[in-house]
Design a protein around this ligand. Sequence first.
Ligand code: F0G
Length: 462
Amino acid sequence: MAIKTIIEPFRIKTVEPIRKTTRKQREALLEEAGYNLFLVPAEYILIDLLTDSGTNAMSTEQWAAMMRGDESYAGSPSFTRFRDAVQSIFGFRHVIPTHQGRAAERILFTVMCKKGDVVPNNTHFDTTRANCEFVGAEAVDLPVPEALAPASPHPFKGNLDTARLRELIARVGRERIPLVMLTLTNNSGGGQPVSMANIREVKQICREQGIPLYLDACRFAENAYFIKLREPGYAHKTPREIAREMFSYADGCTMSAKKDGLANIGGFLCTNDDALAQQEKDLLILTEGFPTYGGLAGRDLEAIAVGLNEALDEEYLHYRIVSTAYLGEHIAREGVPIVQPPGGHAIYIDARAFLPHIPPSQFPGVALAAELYREGGVRSVEIGTLMFGEHATMDLVRLAIPRRVYTQSHIDYVVEVVLEVWNRREQVRGLELTYQAPFLRHFTARFRPAEAAGPAGPASAS
Ligand code: F0G
């Protein structure tokens, strides 16, 4: 009989202690941080599920490659290895290194967009939206309707609604749309994948209209693995073959290597367009660095070159997808409302359904995240009204799983913490803002407990 237990496909060579705090300490820390977990020092976090970005554990091969890092200002062989690794998977003609994903976004939008332009996407991530709007363009989200119903399972909830894309192009005119983007996987929409069929269909529309298609490729390996598992015709292909097909439909991409690059820092911008690449490199020199390092150390380029390949390893991807789903399934079976099916890099709790007595104006997602910290020192992040303001269609709390970092017993602990809060959910109170920045306000906003439950709340019920 085949062994059924799925184990972490690695053993631990370096350990990093994590420290417990008391509930009293956490309550004081929450108050000091204005109930915003971005403002709690990391040493007071026990299990940190704030993000899967840059929190990856590197492999022995990555650490070994880092020692080979060549720190030459120009023409470093580390850049050659980085570029070759990227090209062998992504296939684009130009590879421009950046210090992280948002730097690639800023350069892309500065070069391709102007005031009055419109950029469609399945769902823009917060930095993508902010960089798009910063150059005066409008960021339009076109998710499929299934994406907005957290509880309904659908294999490719990350898909872009192609009927709405056609409508948008007809309404605003092709000349106002400098590019179409697809975010793989759709982070703000629950870490849900985009199907190959959808990528192909979006490409077809773009081709008819002469509009370039760019992929936000942060979690390309997880997306490729979901295609393998769920899309007919792909079961026998390798994640690498699937990734190559995904990229073959695109004219370029932005990438944060802090996700599926399995690195702690880094990113890149790719394009097949020679003229655009020239402008992008000129801008790169102004703010990031020479085109053979782009704001990264040679050793960072080496870590990414190895990490991109490790992220496509099938055994790793199997463990990754199964272990994320493990958390989702163990809380969902006790009734906790989550975005179904579980995403690739994170589980998203539907905070509006978890805390129906707290109206969106009192930030149910922020309140729930604060409560998970108070209960067990677990840090998560709100993706909802605080992050997106009036664009928010859901209030989600994301439990993002750093790659290769936590073991199953850590996750069992998180399950227990979530269920403790679930069992006393009626006592959780809403929050009101006391400070907000003019953009990307979620990083620095501060709150205090709301005076009373909002108009929709049950607090006044007999
Ligand atoms: N696009 C997506 C889909 C992302 O998830 C992120 C980052 C970026 C772009 C920007 O990349 O951080 O390297 O500048 N997401 C992180 C997160 C921050 O927590 O989901 P970056």
